[in-house]
Design a protein around this ligand. Structure first.
Ligand code: COA
Length: 145
């Protein structure tokens, strides 16, 4: 297997991320990823990480440290967007991306890391379960507008 490098997100990575998203969702959405990557690079650039194999981005994870939201006063790390190229899944890339992001969250003083997973996305739930995440008492509420 080629060597894998975990590093920070760069704007030059957006094309590869668009490709990963297209493989996963079957949708080609360059404008979505331009905006999303720009958002995370602006908000918390060190909390945006990618995995590179042979010069190509094969996985990414985006998040940020936030304080004072949802009644959570202490700094909390949030993992918000992730994807691993289906051809490279099952090689611990997701785990390595999470390790890098959680290390950064700890350096920022976060004692907790949180994420939200739709009940229908059993694969992502299984992934976070394997990483030691547990169900939270923080409940999502939604209302159609
Ligand atoms: C979830 C996802 C990130 C996992 O990435 P990955 O690199 O294949 O995961 P890893 O190989 O690092 O696995 C880490 C752990 O999670 C577990 N895991 C991974 N995928 C799993 C799945 N589908 N179901 C259950 N457990 C899973 C592994 O078994 C492993 O556990 P272990 O170390 O105890 O054996 C990847 O499958 C993915 O990108 N899914 C689609 C995400 C998505 O829809 N994003 C939105 C659009 S881009």
């Amino acid at each position: 297997m080629s060597s894998l490098v975990i590093r920070g997100l760069d704007t030059m990575d957006i094309g590869d991320i668009v490709g990963i998203d297209e493989k996963i969702t079957k949708q080609y959405r360059p404008e979505v990823w331009e905006a999303r990557c720009a958002y995370y690079l602006r908000r918390d650039p060190d909390a945006a990480v990618v995995c590179v194999a042979d010069g190509t981005v094969v996985g990414f994870m985006l998040g940020e440290v936030r304080s004072g939201e949802f009644g959570l006063e202490e700094p909390t790390g949030w993992i918000e967007v992730l994807g691993v190229d289906p051809e490279h899944q099952g090689k611990a890339i997701g785990r390595q991306l999470a390790d890098a992001m959680l290390d950064y969250f700890k350096r920022r003083g976060a004692k907790t890391v949180r994420t939200l997973v739709d009940e229908e996305m059993a694969d992502i739930a299984g992934f976070f379960d394997s990483l030691g995440f547990q169900p939270s008492s923080l409940r999502p509420f939604v209302k159609t507008l």
